[in-house]
Design a protein around this ligand. Structure first.
Ligand SMILES: [Mg+2]
Length: 233
């Protein structure tokens, strides 16, 4: 039985076209230029290289001992979240109606998560926020992140559903037997993905299907008719 729904934050709880991640991307390049003294071309190139090699720019900077993670996180998340996001009644209704407890598992930091949830008007719907700081700056899809969340919640993977806009972040969740939901306009079923939905409001359809599957598992199977032969023998 699923008890917890683990939601990614950015581009999962709001549409990608909101521009939040693009604004953070610009701040990351600004950080490389202003704080680390790079020229704009080097900053743009290094950002792509670090993301490819290490998963995030921060992970690359830390691997090279090049940045103070707290200074970095404060700098790159200094964006006008409140101007980019607004509440969606459909999303609030969908999340509020879920039969599971809701938590955030994000590669960003807590203060950014708090601002995003407040701007979307859904902060009170989430029990907990697991952020990059709490993960010692490890980020999804590192398996340690998922194990740490499960330990903190005191549950097994099979008791969790994870929703994320990045498929790579769902694969370790699937390995731990979580139910996985890919939330993205281009989402489709594939290996490691149990459900694919175009936006987070459609999570209600996932909840309905999970409930139906649980009912099917719980209902007793027809017992074989003795001596009748045929399909049940
Ligand atoms: Mg995301």
């Amino acid at each position: 039985m699923i008890e917890y729904a683990l939601f990614d934050l950015d581009d999962t709880l709001y549409p990608p076209e909101s521009g939040v991640l693009q604004a953070i991307g610009r701040r990351i390049e600004q950080y490389l230029i202003e704080r680390l003294g790079m020229d704009p071309d080097t900053a743009a190139r290094l950002r792509v290289e670090y993301r490819t090699e290490y998963g995030t720019t921060l992970a690359g900077l830390l691997a090279h001992g090049a940045a103070d993670p707290e200074d970095y996180l404060a700098f790159v998340h200094d964006i006008p979240v409140e101007q980019l996001l607004c509440p969606s009644p459909a999303v609030e209704r969908a999340l509020a109606g879920l039969p599971w407890r809701r938590v955030i598992v994000t590669n960003s930091d807590r203060s950014h998560a708090e601002r995003v949830l407040a701007a979307l008007g859904i902060r009170s719907l989430f029990d907990e926020i697991f952020d990059i700081r709490g993960m010692q700056y490890r980020h999804k899809p590192h398996p340690a992140v998922y194990r740490r969340v499960l330990r903190a919640l005191g549950v097994e993977g099979a008791q969790c559903l994870m929703a994320d806009d990045v498929v790579a972040n769902l694969l370790p969740a699937k390995e731990l037997r979580m139910t996985t939901v890919w939330v993205a306009p281009q989402a489709r079923l594939q290996q490691g993905v149990d459900f694919a939905i175009p936006n987070v409001a459609a999570i209600v359809e996932v909840a309905a299907k999970v409930k139906a599957q649980q009912r099917m598992r719980q209902s007793p199977r027809p017992s074989p008719r003795r001596g009748a032969g045929g399909a049940f023998s």
